[in-house]
Design a protein around this ligand. Structure first.
Ligand code: HEM
Length: 271
């Protein structure tokens, strides 16, 4: 009699389902090189913002301008309104500005995340310290100073928003009156000093950052190193000079809110 061999389904075999492949970009970000790219690109976004912000703030030196309806208004306040009106009527008011803010917030968070990740990778990799004392000191100074100046700049941004955007760190704050708020804020000597110190820290951070972003992006041909250095020094120097000039100009009375110079003066508290 013919026998039929029947076999039940095979179970418990050790065949592993193939690991799900992560998207390339996630795999790249897991490596030190990927994190360096992210630091470089988000750093460039930050530099772009800082330069644009400084150029915009230079408008405080232009004083009062006459609008098409004959109103006298501080040019810095015109600029603030221009930013809120960007791409109107294609988009509703402030939408584009919010888009830019989200890109900036994303860039700052990624920059911090990648920096933290890189520090962890470096600590893990450096089981044996650099053999050359000089290399060790140079590498350490750069990375340590980046960490400290980065923390100072981060804390400054939080203070700065509380001072001039949200207003709770500035008792005289009036929403939408940038020139007036600036004068009220930077007339306080400790605040003016804080702005100067924070912007010097920003300059040091930008100098090392600009220098190393060329390295991270692979733009480090020895023939360009003099250029690299000049661009790093130039960027940092322009930002520090421009930004430090603002508190100095307010303290010196060069920038001073004058309610008689404008058509709609800010109602000063208590008057
Ligand atoms: C002395 C130097 C600076 C001055 C005088 C200054 C001035 C101002 C003013 C007046 C505003 C409010 C604009 C408005 O709401 O209409 C503002 C916003 C802001 N500032 Fe500065 N700033 C300085 C440096 C910096 C630096 C160094 C950073 C970043 C590293 C920075 C980041 C920001 C950010 C993120 C905002 C909010 C922008 C927004 O809400 O769209 N500022 N600044």
């Amino acid at each position: 009699m013919a026998q039929t061999l029947s076999r039940g389904p095979v179970s418990g075999t050790a065949v592993k389902a193939p690991a799900k492949k992560k998207p390339f970009i996630i795999d790249l970000y897991a490596t030190a090189v990927g994190k360096k790219y992210v630091m470089a690109i988000t750093g460039l976004i930050g530099i772009g913002f800082v330069i644009t912000h400084m150029i915009g703030n230079l408008k405080m030196y232009l004083g009062v301008v006459t609008e098409s309806n004959g109103d006298q208004i501080y040019d810095l306040d015109v600029y603030g309104e221009f930013l809120r009106e960007l791409l109107v009527p294609i988009l509703p008011r402030t939408y584009f500005l919010w888009g830019l803010r989200l890109v900036l917030i994303g860039a700052v968070l990624l920059h911090i995340h990648a920096a933290y990740g890189l520090t962890r990778i470096n600590h893990g990799a450096r089981a044996v310290k650099y053999q050359s004392a000089r290399d060790y000191q140079v590498a350490n100074f750069a990375s340590r100073s980046m960490r400290y100046t980065g923390i100072v700049v981060g804390l400054f941004i939080i203070w700065h928003l509380a001072d001039l955007t949200w207003g709770f760190a500035n008792p005289d704050f009036v929403r939408g009156a940038a020139y007036y708020n600036l004068d009220q804020s930077l007339s306080r000597i400790p605040v003016a000093i804080l702005y100067i110190v924070a912007n010097i820290a920003l300059g040091i951070h930008l100098f090392h950052g600009t220098w190393s972003l060329f390295q991270s992006m692979g733009w480090n041909n020895p023939r360009f190193n003099a250029w690299r250095r000049n661009i790093a020094i130039g960027t940092a120097a322009v930002i520090v000079a421009g930004n430090c000039s603002f508190p100095i100009a307010v303290m010196a009375g060069v920038v001073e809110y004058d309610p008689d110079a404008v058509t709609h003066p800010v109602e000063e508290a208590g008057e």
